[in-house]
Design a protein around this ligand. Structure first.
Ligand code: ADP
Ligand code: MG
Length: 247
């Protein structure tokens, strides 16, 4: 009969590393529970698949580059009353990603836009999607840098690999003509191919302000709001509330 080591090595050479490393335990459990051959075959496969999923999620969390983890359970919908919990949870079947729709959170600082974007992004990763987070400022800077190096296309392709692109805080900065054009290139190549979650402090009517050039603002806005779920968030700043509360 083959030794454990020999069988382990066969699994290793097949790159079934999770089966290889737990083979002893899995075999002992199967013997103890007197399960069928088919059940055992399934347990081995499930074990490998389960650990691969976990590893992929861990890797995708790293690649997402979230500045922090925010959970939906921590979001207080009794404080932020201009949107409902049901509206947000209805997005969590992720058909918006499958249908390449966008989400836009509009509202003044502190109303919870980034919190919601981050928590939806986190859950999307757990559901198996690839998510990328960036502030608008950092994104534009990296596009401008890539363009200087003659690698804008390559940069855009690397962003296109994600299913969801979170662009946080659009509107806190006026963009130069060049930057706005690079940004347009990105939005255009994501349009109807990937989902964007955008947060902004400005209403669409004011988007011309930070693109300087209205000619660029209009097609950008057009592509983002076409097929999108738009949430206008009002109310008080949660940061301010906390500050007042803590004295
Ligand atoms: P915005 O992006 O709209 O400026 P944030 O999402 O960054 O605001 O929220 C500011 C801070 O307040 C964050 O720490 C966030 O977790 C918290 N926060 C905002 N709204 C809520 C809420 N309704 N319930 C719980 N925490 C909230
Ligand atoms: Mg924010």
């Amino acid at each position: 009969m083959a030794s454990f080591e020999a069988v382990k090595n066969k699994y290793k050479s097949l790159r079934f590393n999770s089966i290889a490393s737990s083979l002893d335990t899995l075999v002992k459990q199967a013997e103890g529970n007197e399960i069928s051959y088919l059940q055992f075959a399934e347990i081995l496969a499930d074990h490998e698949l389960g650990i691969r999923d976990e590893n992929r999620i861990t890797l995708n969390m790293k690649r997402a580059a979230f500045p922090m983890i925010k959970q939906l359970q921590e979001f207080d919908f009794s404080f932020q009353t201009t949107i409902t919990k049901r509206q947000i949870t209805s997005l969590l079947d992720f058909t918006f990603i499958d249908n390449r729709q966008n989400i836009v959170f509009i509202g003044s600082p502190g109303v919870g836009k980034t919190h919601l974007a981050l928590s939806i992004g986190h859950q999307a990763i757990e559901a198996g999607y690839k998510v990328f987070f960036s502030t608008a400022l950092a994104l534009v800077e990296s596009l401008d840098l890539a363009e200087l190096r003659g690698e804008l296309k390559k940069k855009i392709n690397s962003i296109q690999k994600f299913d969801v692109i979170i662009i946080d805080e659009l509107g806190y900065l006026p963009l130069s003509k060049k930057s706005a054009f690079n940004f347009f290139q990105l939005i255009n190549s994501l349009y109807e191919l990937r989902s964007i979650i955008l947060t902004t402090n400005k209403d669409f009517t004011n988007w011309g302000d930070f693109f300087i050039n209205e000619n660029v603002a209009v097609p950008i806005v057009d592509r983002i709001i076409h097929r999108s779920h738009i949430f206008m968030m009002g109310g008080e700043s949660y940061r301010l509330k906390q500050k007042l509360h803590n004295g």
